[in-house]
Design a protein around this ligand. Structure first.
Ligand code: UDP
Length: 380
């Protein structure tokens, strides 16, 4: 059945994003596959988005990402201005069959408040919400509004109001997983990589300590707060310390960075990122938070690199211990596991990604959820 979906990406970054941008990357990966399956996509984003879609509209000329550093009420104000544009569209036209929303809390609340004549809504949860029940509170919108998680563990930990409206979960995917099992085997080096935002939840400080103790070369890749290159952070003034991730890096990680055994290379992208990951002996996730979806985890598998991690959040759903990676509950054990990961077969990792984590698999699953949301909603 052909249908038109309004994909609400929000006002923060263009789609695809210029660099870092988890949610926008998911949308950029999902939309081409949905269109291949016959779904018409109307994108609500910012003017600078270049993703090919059937129609687009926006409230802001470009991404408002830097405003996310502002006080929470101002951030919500921007989200609300964007949402007002979405609501205007929905009132003005009757061809939208479903809204697929990605704007945390504000998006769902605004769309839920629209009343029974508005289209049904599927809101994708992208964050670990266990500690933020107030963000969603009581969800109204009746049978018209549903949510999905990006892993079963994320949903299991979500506030009750969200679980009551859940239609299931859809794992994240990566274009790298397409034909991953057929690509030539990359040459493996000695290094271990940690890919992601530098943040206490991602545990780069643990990785750095383990590398020094267990004696393996470690490459930390990812932004420190707003700083993507080591030179930019070095040039930043004392004000930079106001950002908690900058403080974490300077106090807990940087003392271990010696430019030799432990290196921080800043944000890596494209071919450079893929080569760094594909040639690593393992990707390490010394997690302290419940990783909700783990894009970097599925990317690692697609690039043929086993994952060594604390078994938190979605990790046990994505990684099969002993085949595609090694998991532990004890962060002190991670160093030994890195050294034990050598015999794991890169081909097994890539095979797993090519079966489970392709964009086509993700889009197929979303179409099933769109059907389900449409069935559950009372007729308009
Ligand atoms: N990423 C990247 N370059 C970096 C660090 C991260 O391209 O230097 C990408 C990474 O490949 C992944 C995303 O940023 O696609 C991070 O998503 P993930 O779900 O792993 O973590 P999040 O930051 O959303 O918690």
């Amino acid at each position: 059945m052909s249908r038109t979906v309004l994909m609400n990406a929000g006002p923060w970054l263009s789609v695809p994003p210029p660099g870092y941008g988890g949610i926008e990357n998911v949308i950029a990966t999902l939309v081409p596959e949905l269109r291949r399956l016959g779904v018409r996509v109307v994108l609500a984003s910012v003017d600078t988005s270049t993703l090919p879609v059937d129609e687009r509209f926006s409230v802001f000329p470009d991404g408002q990402f830097s405003a996310l550093q502002r006080p929470y009420n101002q951030v919500c104000g921007l989200a609300q201005a964007h949402l007002a544009g979405v609501v205007r569209q929905l009132h003005a036209r009757d061809d939208i069959d479903l809204v697929h929303d990605h704007v945390e809390a504000v998006g769902l609340a605004t769309l839920a408040a629209m009343g029974p004549d508005a289209p049904p809504v599927l809101h994708t949860l992208h964050w670990d919400l266990a500690k933020h029940p107030a963000l969603y509170g009581q969800l109204d919108g009746g049978d018209r509004v549903r949510v999905n998680g990006v892993s079963a563990s994320q949903l299991a930990r979500a506030p009750q109001a969200l679980r009551d409206h859940s239609v299931g979960h859809v794992h994240l995917s990566t274009p790298l997983a397409v034909d991953a099992d057929r690509r030539p085997r990359p040459l493996k080096g000695d290094h271990v990589v940690v890919l992601g935002r530098i943040n206490p939840g991602k545990g780069q400080d643990v990785a750095a300590r383990l590398a020094r103790r267990a004696g393996f070369p470690l490459v930390l890749a990812g932004p420190v707060g707003p700083y993507h290159r080591p030179a930019d952070l070095a040039a930043a003034g004392a004000d930079a310390r106001q950002n908690p991730d900058v403080r974490f890096f300077l106090d807990e990680v940087a003392p271990h960075v010696d430019g030799d055994r432990v290196r921080w290379v800043g944000t890596v992208a494209g071919r450079e990122r893929d080569d760094l990951v594909a040639s690593a002996r393992a990707m390490l996730f010394p997690l302290r938070w419940e990783e909700p979806g783990g894009t970097a985890v599925v990317e690692s598998l697609a690039l043929g690199t086993p994952v060594v991690a604390t078994g938190r959040g979605c990790l046990p759903e994505l990684i099969e211990h002993g085949r595609t990676g090694l998991l532990t509950d004890d962060e002190d054990q991670l160093g030994e596991l890195v050294l034990a990961a050598g015999p794991l077969d890169p081909q097994e990792c890539r095979r797993e990604a090519a079966v489970r984590f392709t964009p086509a698999v993700m889009a197929q699953r979303y179409v099933e959820l769109y059907d389900r949301v449409g069935q559950l909603a009372a007729p308009r």
